[in-house]
Ligand binder design. Structure first.
Ligand code: RB5
Length: 160
């Protein structure tokens, strides 16, 4: 059972609500940052809250839904420590966990129906990170992040 942060804009709230009901039924703890209606809102406001909850450790994972999932993934990936994956099927969901250790799942509410969305979510939550060679690659990802956070060049081995 996990603490999961949820967020959506107006184009994603319906799918978010379906995912939320399933998560609660299955014993997960939810931090729902909204939105709660089809009233138009701006997706970065919701992606930021979910991404910060994951980056700070308040939530173990995050799930974001907008029309395509693209804006949510773009925004969430601006927050250091977040690895958001836009998934459209159970295969990408599984591999985003096994290879990329994705900690945020982004979905497109205008493309992904609730049954498919639930399949994707179940696969994503149930797939562990494989480690091994993927650990090295994620290390490189984190290094790029650090380099740009520090605003300076860092050698490929991590030395300044
Ligand atoms: C809203 O119309 C739409 O742009 C948004 O939900 C999302 O698809 C952005 O990436």
């Amino acid at each position: 059972m996990k603490v999961i942060a949820l967020g959506a804009d107006h184009a994603g709230w319906e799918l978010k609500e379906a995912l939320k009901a399933w998560l609660i039924e299955n014993g997960h703890q939810i931090l729902d940052f909204g939105t709660h209606s089809p009233e138009p809102v701006d997706y970065p406001d919701y992606a930021l809250q979910v991404a910060e909850a994951v980056a700070s450790g308040k939530a173990e994972r995050g799930v974001l839904v907008c029309g395509t999932g693209i804006g949510m993934a773009m925004t969430a990936n601006k927050v250091p420590g977040v690895r958001a994956a836009l998934c459209s099927d159970p295969f990408t969901a599984r591999v985003s966990r096994e290879h990329n250790d994705a900690n945020v799942l982004a979905l497109g509410g205008r493309l992904t129906g609730s049954e498919l969305g639930l399949d994707i979510l179940r696969m994503w939550l149930g797939s562990p990170f494989s480690g091994g060679r993927h650990e090295r690659r994620l290390g490189k990802l984190a290094q790029i992040e650090r380099r740009h956070l520090q605003g300076r060049e860092e050698e490929p081995d991590g030395s300044p």
